[in-house]
Design a binder for this molecule. Structure first.
Ligand code: ATP
Ligand code: MG
Length: 818
């Protein structure tokens, strides 16, 4: 382990090493994409734990640069005279204990990677470092002390769907229309108020002063929302941070505890912190001021959520004597990809301005493909991925990035047709399924019966004769008496209005009471099984026994895997509350199991901080990316451009950018122009290919860069090809023709050109039969084991020698088979 650390330090360049080795005082590491910021953050922690204070030095001695830490040790033993002074310094080394270090990043995925890399460097003791997201760090702090703010420590976390429900209920109660007050937008106001640290009452006072009628209404909703969450002992995502900051600000002893505990505070992706997160970081680091923040102003992509670049830009003012280190070498991407990204971001006015360089070779040019429509685009991406796979790449080397989740649909279909394994990050998540939410609601209620929202969800689910009227009555009583729903329904005898349902309610209360007792006695997995049985939920699905209900039942059981997973990975004493916390913070990225070999699909926002050998950025069209809202809005346009920079710089070796001349999205067909961002890439880094619906004339010049002649040449295809497409037939597509190939592709089969005249459309299905031996250019040799006609196409099942049995759609697959 020790050897690993030293070896790694030697790989750092002098500036990186300086940032990793100076331990004390505030440090801002400001550098572009792929320059090793996260890498430095990890090495910095390794250094703190190995040498700690005393290894601090602004001027890195020349010998450290040359020789590194093994030499350093050697010379502690036998110093040369000129090294005497250094030796004294080294005698003061004071390694940091793991629990004095807190490292914060944005996504769970990034936090997981951070932990993994630290463990590789430092072994099991890395487990005691607080390496987590803002939210999970705050939940940990709140569990300890939230009672001081009037909550109980078994609080529930509401996700954004829960919050929306609460707002909808309030709108109904207030008699407000959700068209005039869209819940999402109301929540946006609430979130911004919280970011400014305003509680409901403060915000209401302020809005009343402003005299803005509409704002006053929103403020009233906020105040009611706050009250309801408090009654339910629940926190939403913003509250988690808001209340942590309040706790640290209002209670000197709590603040002192954490300021003393955390000798070192490190924050990755600092450009995306909002005001609250900034307050949190300042509060935590307030003791030692050993705060290291890492970021890139060009990658700030969350301003719409209140992230403020000021946090980075004012760091030097906030901390006098802060060290600022810049990194300029990019280690991630080839020269063509890097130069293309630099060229795009250069068009932003509001930036500090920096240029990255790389020692890497030019590599392939950035491939820009203009598809006819969204099907063609998806098929192109699928074809390129199959090419990559047959050329020796793994599926997981490929990532597809889009602006909106809704764009994944077509791609998914193309991948399914072609037998490409993929994983969507951020589609319908397991935890968003109704049956899973029901089971979790039960668990939440067992954990905290005052959770009104969840109680309402399960009180008559499965049906137990407690009608909607009864529930509404109970809710009204609860409101009037300032009690939780549970407090009312568990004592139905106290309320004459509940007379009729009293027996049923008492039975329900009895059930929850019994479950609460069992929860304290049984291990979590056993308890969960008992819960699924005793509530009658599993039995309800078993009885219905339709296909969907069987899937639902599977999902109900699948929750057990998550519980097991939690038990295996938790560092703390396992508990139901702990499990629920983890689930609530579980964002989409976690479902991406890095071990499994799949193409990864996600939004550009989710891709922050990640890297892949091959990246496809799809839908690069005006109106989609940049989005319609950004057009004509200078600031939003700059944010979109930063997002483009983030997306492009995820690629290590190959970058594809695709657009379609016609696209159906949300049920409407639009003809979009290629994005201005494509026009901002100088032609020398680009290789254009594709077919526009209108031959060579459609694409107009955008933002400079392309001459009309060039455009025309690039988009003109042989008439034969266009005719093919005019018939709406999409087989044997000549992807890229002569130019889309990518000369550097490792001896990949040449199926991008219309292989041996295969471009000519066939009216009938290709003639494969059961029992045929076929050769597929990505999957190799296989035996056709099934063929089922489906519409105008057929599902073909092939047992491949190398990859096992796959089901493919014949029309798509046939172009790769002989
Ligand atoms: P982003 O801005 O996208 O978050 P980053 O600045 O955090 O990027 P890293 O992810 O740390 O960059 O590093 C990018 C890639 O460069 C990684 O694959 C990393 O292993 C590699 N790398 C970083 N520093 C060096 C180095 N000194 N020598 C070789 N490779 C390096
Ligand atoms: Mg990073």
């Amino acid at each position: 382990r020790r050897a690993a650390i030293e070896l790694d330090f030697q790989n750092l360049n002098p500036e990186q090493r300086r940032a990793a080795l100076c331990t004390e005082g505030p440090l801002l590491l400001l550098a572009g994409a792929g320059s090793g910021k996260t890498t430095v953050l990890i090495h910095r922690i390794a250094n703190l734990m190995k040498y700690g204070r005393g290894s601090d030095s602004d001027e890195v001695p020349a010998w450290v640069q040359r020789a590194d830490l093994d030499v350093l040790e050697q010379y502690v033993r036998a110093p040369r005279p000129e090294q005497k002074q250094e030796q004294e310094r080294l005698c003061r080394l004071d390694p940091a204990v793991p629990w004095s270090i807190i490292a914060i990043t944005f996504t769970n995925k990034a936090a997981g990677e951070l932990k993994e890399r630290l463990e590789r460097l430092l072994g099991p003791q890395a487990n005691d470092i607080w390496a987590s997201t803002f939210h999970s760090a705050c939940v940990r702090i709140l569990r300890r002390d939230i009672e001081r703010l009037g909550f109980r420590s078994g609080f529930t976390i509401y996700d954004s769907a829960d919050s929306e429900r609460v707002v909808k209920d309030i709108l109904k109660e207030f008699g407000l229309d959700d068209k005039t007050f869209p819940p999402k937008s109301v929540l946006g106001y609430i979130s911004r108020a919280k970011d400014a640290m305003k509680l409901g009452a403060d915000y209401l006072r302020e809005c009343e002063k402003s005299g803005d009628f509409r704002l006053v209404k929103i403020a009233r909703i906020y105040a009611e929302y706050e009250r309801r969450l408090r009654d339910a002992n629940a926190l939403d995502f913003d509250d988690i941070i808001l209340h942590t900051v309040r706790l640290l600000k209002q209670f000197d002893d709590v603040r002192a505890y954490y300021q003393k505990k955390f000798r070192y505070v490190l924050i990755d992706e600092y450009q995306d912190t909002n005001h609250l997160q900034y307050q949190l970081a300042s509060a935590l680091a307030g003791g030692y001021e050993n705060i290291c923040v890492v970021g890139d102003d060009d990658q700030s992509i969350y301003r719409f959520r209140g992230a403020t670049i000021e946090n980075i830009l004012s760091f030097e003012h906030q901390y006098k004597g802060a060290r600022v280190i810049r990194l300029e070498q990019n280690y991630r991407s080839t020269k063509n990809i890097l130069e293309a990204s630099n060229a795009v971001i250069r068009n932003n006015q509001g930036r500090k301005g920096k240029e990255l360089w790389t020692e890497h070779g030019a590599g392939d040019k950035v491939m820009c493909y203009t598809a006819m429509n969204e099907h063609d685009e998806a098929q192109y991406v699928a074809a390129q991925i199959l090419t990559g796979f047959s050329g020796g790449r793994a599926w997981k080397d490929h990532a597809v990035l889009y602006r909106m989740n809704a764009q994944s649909n077509q791609l998914e279909q193309a991948f399914k047709r072609n037998g490409i394994p993929y994983r969507i990050i951020g589609g319908i998540r397991f935890f968003d399924r109704a049956e899973v939410k029901d089971m979790l609601a039960y668990l939440c209620v067992v954990n905290n019966p005052d959770d009104d929202l969840r109680l309402g969800r399960i009180i008559n689910n499965p049906p137990r004769g407690i009608g909607a009227t009864t529930v509404e009555r109970a809710q009204t009583i609860a409101q009037q008496e300032g009690r939780s729903l549970w407090q009312v329904v568990s004592r139905p005898g106290d309320y004459p209005e509940l007379q009729k349902a009293a027996a049923k309610l008492a039975q329900f209360a009895e059930l929850i009471g019994a479950l609460r007792r069992r929860c304290a006695e049984l291990p979590l997995p056993d308890f969960y099984e008992e819960l699924a049985a005793r509530t009658g939920y599993a039995a309800m699905l078993e009885q219905k026994n339709t296909i969907e209900d069987r899937t639902r039942l599977e999902n109900v059981h699948e929750v057990l895997s998550s519980i097991q997973n939690y038990l295996e990975n938790t560092q703390e004493e396992p508990s139901l509350a702990g499990f629920l916390d983890e689930i609530a913070l579980y964002t989409d990225l976690d479902s991406h199991d890095a071990g499994e070999d799949c193409v990864v699909m996600m939004t550009m926002h989710s891709a922050k901080g990640l890297e892949f050998p091959v990246v496809f950025v799809v839908g690069v069209e005006e109106g989609i990316f940049p989005g319609i809202r950004a057009i004509g809005e200078a600031e939003e346009m700059e944010e979109e451009r930063r997002l483009c920079y983030v997306a492009m710089t995820r690629a290590k070796e190959k970058l594809y950018m695709t657009c379609a001349s016609q696209r159906m999205l949300f049920g409407r067909t639009n003809a979009n122009r290629p994005s201005r961002f494509l026009g901002e890439i100088p032609p020398e880094y680009l290789e254009r290919s594709g077919r526009s619906l209108y031959g060579g004339h459609r694409e107009e010049e955008q933002g400079g860069g392309q001459t009309p002649e060039r455009e025309q040449r690039a988009f003109q295809r042989p008439a034969r090809v266009r005719r093919t497409y005019d018939r709406g037939y999409s087989m044997g597509s000549p992807y890229g023709g002569s130019s889309g190939g990518g000369a550097a592709e490792r001896s990949a089969p040449d199926w991008k050109s219309p292989a041996a005249g295969a471009a000519a459309p066939k009216a009938a299905l290709p003639g494969f039969r059961k029992g045929d031996t076929v050769f597929h250019r990505a999957f190799g040799k296989g035996l056709v084991t099934g063929l089922t006609p489906m519409g105008g196409d057929a599902l073909i099942e092939i047992a491949f020698d190398s990859v096992g049995t796959k089901k493919l759609m014949l029309k798509s697959a046939a172009q790769y088979m002989s």
